[in-house]
Design a protein around this ligand. Structure first.
Ligand code: V47
Length: 404
């Protein structure tokens, strides 16, 4: 058993009193090896907000193209046009994926891709309109802040961020995912993802989205070349941005933080070890403790693994994404085991095995949550309760669950 860390005592006092933690507190937590106390504190906050409820959703991730103008060192997903393995889906192909997802009972499409140098702005609006027409009930969560800035630049007539977002919203965009944030630090930015937008632009996009009543998420990609100070700085910037949205009464908010552990395999940073299991648990717990104005902490099981996700429910996590189905950006080795239970599944029986088919059935997801001692609750993208009968579903009431 890890020795209790006395440095955590004043932090525990603050957590129990419901006080905001400082950047210094965050660093103390990240430096501590006392994982049990950190977990207990995060669990205290989690229980206060959500009790025994653990949310999950039935979704499908669609990566429409891996062709990217950037060459980020941490990324194994991108290809150059014409390079072996490069692909771009037509709008018709994307609609086919969406229809399959709808037949499988998905409530959400999570659509992101590389910064394609040649696709016109109309490709993106056509994609949204065609999906909305074909499967109107599905929520479209699409395009990271990085893609939004790219779209503002590629149009023949350069558009402002709010114009881009408004046009996408009119075409069917329902919310923004949290990707592309990486780590909000210029040194890390210039070393690992030079050319990508910096923190100020990423936050600008989310601010504009919030002003337009769009809900958004936030991520942090950790465990590469960043320092512990950088991680805490990232949390503090997100917390400030959420304070701003709340103070100004914007219609949109950050809903959930999704800490993403770096996967070195196949990237230019392959020589790095990537984060350990303890680091992953600590980051999920510290996310819960630092982001007191975020309602949810999500484990993206594709990157955290399902067994680790199960443990993380005692370490601040209240939300699990999702049935996923296909995922190209990172690949786990042989973790998925589709339950073939009629919801969220498209193929029932195939396994991931390190490929892009990475799916978990609703039954298995629920079992994972129940076994850990929690109550599974299906939610839609904006955290409204969903009632399901196989592939049929409906939103039960309009209340958003557990606003902070
Ligand atoms: O932005 C890229 C990251 C992100 C690697 O909003 C990598 O609900 C690890 O943002 N190792 C995409 N990570 C995933 C993402 C996400 C996932 C689930 C839910 C939501 C949400 C958002 O994946 C990218 C990047 O930060 N990424 N390469 C890598 N080698």
């Amino acid at each position: 058993m890890t020795m209790p860390d006395t440095a955590l005592k004043p932090i525990a006092k603050k957590v129990h009193a419901g006080q905001r933690l400082s950047a210094e507190d965050g660093l103390t937590l990240l430096r501590s090896r006392d994982i049990w106390t950190i977990g207990e504190l995060a669990n205290h906050v989690r229980q206060k907000l959500h009790g025994k409820t653990t949310y999950y959703n039935v979704n499908r991730h669609i990566n429409y193209s891996n062709i990217c103008a950037l060459s980020c060192k941490f990324c194994e997903f991108y290809r150059k046009k014409g390079q072996d393995g490069a692909y771009e889906d037509s709008v018709e192909q994307i609609v086919e994926h969406a229809q399959k997802a709808a037949l499988g009972g998905a409530t959400e499409l999570h659509i992101v891709g590389g910064l394609h140098p040649f696709l016109p702005f109309s490709y993106y609006t056509d994609m949204l309109r065609a999906i909305r027409e074909a499967v109107p009930a599905i929520h479209i969560k699409a395009f990271t802040a990085v893609e939004i800035v790219h779209l503002a630049r590629i149009s023949k007539r350069p558009r402002k961020l709010d114009e881009v977002l408004s046009e996408l919203k009119d075409a069917g965009l329902g919310s923004l995912p949290g990707g592309g944030a990486e780590v909000f630090d210029d040194r890390v930015h210039d070393e690992a993802f030079k050319g990508k937008i910096r923190s100020d632009k990423w936050l600008d996009v989310h601010r504009e989205a919030h002003k337009l009543d769009l809900m958004t998420n936030a991520t942090m990609l950790y465990g590469h070349i960043e320092s512990l100070e950088d991680r805490i700085h990232h949390f503090c910037m997100l917390r400030d941005a959420q304070d701003e949205a709340i103070e100004n009464n914007y219609g949109g908010r950050f809903q959930t933080i999704i800490p993403l552990p770096f996967f070195p395999d196949g990237s230019e940073l392959e020589h790095l070890p990537g984060p350990s299991g303890l680091d992953n648990l600590r980051m999920l717990a510290v996310s819960r403790l630092m982001l007191d104005n975020f309602a949810h902490v999500k484990s993206f099981w594709i990157m955290q693994t399902l067994p680790m996700t199960q443990v993380s429910l005692d370490f601040g996590v209240d939300d699990v994404d999702g049935t996923v189905v296909w995922y190209d950006i990172t690949k786990l080795n042989g973790t998925s085991d589709p339950a073939g239970d009629g919801a969220g599944g498209e193929t029932g029986g195939e396994t991931g095995g390190g490929g892009t088919h990475q799916e978990v059935g609703v039954n298995e997801l629920r079992k994972t949550i129940i076994e850990a001692g929690y109550d599974p609750v299906e939610r839609d993208t904006i955290y409204r309760r969903v009632e399901r009968n196989g592939a049929d579903w409906r939103v039960v009431d309009g209340n958003v669950m557990a606003e902070v």
